[in-house]
Design a protein around this ligand. Structure first.
Ligand code: GTP
Length: 363
């Protein structure tokens, strides 16, 4: 089976991390998000994936220099200008003449894709949409259906008390190639706001598959951190990270790490290869990439430190530190502060809910 993965968005809400790395290539517990998604697709028999790209396409070529991941062959479709979700699918699916799967490149899910394809087949649908259930649907596209799953409407971001259901569009679709004919070529078109709402008018064309498993859109800093906490707690089956060994309950390490005997490690925790944790440091509920240095007496709680980051005796709470960045002695990050790659935060500074740097460092 073939799949199109939409990876062309700028990921503006995850800046400054996404100034230089597209959102699908950001690590989630030390594996690029897209690799997790490709492994999931492969486990359901997908053997060819077209990456529908626009923003920073070279980063994908560099990440997959062989043009493959495991048993999945990768093809690349690069948009000259953003074509939106439907325009991107139409452009990327050029030449696909059989049923295929489409995924947003920012959704972490335990969806049973085989069951969804079976549902699609049984209904004789032209398109099927994966729906998941959320407590508050007001930030999402809400999709009411009949009892047999046929979609009866699309309501974008309804006020909470007016939503007819809390089942939302979860960003994975099974499509027959005929759907491509419903998308005008070479212009910006949204599948969720334009193509699917029009398909509701065609009886028997559009169905929705309700699946109440783990689902998270990683697109905001809060959700990006949440994804790490959930994976550390085993929200999705499978390996947490390559070579991760559980050396104490809930404390995983990858390869050689150096942990001072006086450091306090509180589960759950993942420490990447080559990381060094100094005397008296305290780390809890966090993910450290490879080659991270948490120096003596530092505190790291509910945070993510990318490869090569250094915490030089400061405090990092509910925050993300980009690759190779240094948090100086006595500095404190808190309340979902995001520090981009290669940044030095001066000793003694206090940053709460900040974005560092605030503007595109490329000028
Ligand atoms: P924000 O800027 O933070 O909203 O993130 P985003 O740019 O990723 O947008 P959004 O989360 O709404 O996008 C959902 C999915 O569609 C992501 O996987 C994006 O990469 C992808 N996407 C959004 N716009 C386009 C586009 O114009 N072309 C392609 N190929 N993919 C897109």
């Amino acid at each position: 089976m073939k799949a199109v993965v939409l990876v062309g968005g700028e990921g503006t809400r995850l800046r400054p991390l996404t100034w230089s790395t597209p959102k699908p290539l950001l690590p989630i517990a030390n594996i690029a998000f897209l690799e997790r998604q490709l492994a999931w697709l492969e486990s359901y028999g997908v053997d060819e994936v077209v990456l529908s790209m626009g923003y920073l396409p070279d980063a994908f070529h560099r990440h997959f220099p062989e043009g493959r991941f495991g048993g999945v062959t990768l093809r690349y479709a690069v948009e000259e200008k953003p074509l939106g979700t439907a325009g991107g699918i139409r452009f990327a699916a050029e030449g696909i003449t059989e049923r295929f799967v489409v995924c947003n490149g920012d959704v972490l899910t335990g969806l049973d894709l085989a069951a969804m394809v079976e549902f699609h087949e049984a209904r004789g649908a032209e398109a099927s949409i994966y729906l998941c259930q959320v407590d508050d649907p007001s930030a999402f596209g809400v999709v009411p259906t009949r009892d047999d799953g046929e979609v009866v409407g699309f309501i974008e971001k309804p006020p909470r008390d007016q939503a007819p259901t809390n089942w939302i569009n979860a960003g994975t679709y099974v499509l027959e190639p005929s759907v491509l004919d419903r998308i005008p070529p070479r212009i910006n078109v949204s599948i969720e706001r334009e193509v699917f709402p029009r398909m509701v008018e065609a009886p028997g064309a559009l169905y929705a598959f309700h699946y109440d498993g783990y689902w998270l859109d990683i697109g905001t800093p809060e959700k990006y951190l949440q994804a790490h906490h959930d994976l550390l707690r085993g929200a999705l089956p499978g390996t947490l990270a390559p070579g991760a060994v559980e050396r104490a309950p809930g404390v995983w390490t990858q390869g050689e790490v150096h942990i001072d005997p006086t450091a306090v490690l509180e589960a759950p925790l993942l420490v990447g290869a080559g990381s060094v944790i100094g005397a008296g440091a305290r780390i809890s509920d966090s993910v450290l990439g490879s080659g991270v240095r948490v120096e003596a007496d530092s505190v790291v709680v509910r945070s993510v430190l990318f490869d090569g980051a250094t915490v030089g005796g400061g405090e990092v709470l509910d925050s993300v530190v980009g690759s190779g960045s240094t948090i100086g002695h006595g500095a404190g990050l808190s309340d979902v502060t995001i520090v981009g790659p290669g940044v030095t935060v001066d000793g003694g500074s206090r940053i709460s809910g900040g974005r560092v740097p605030a503007d595109d460092p490329r000028g």
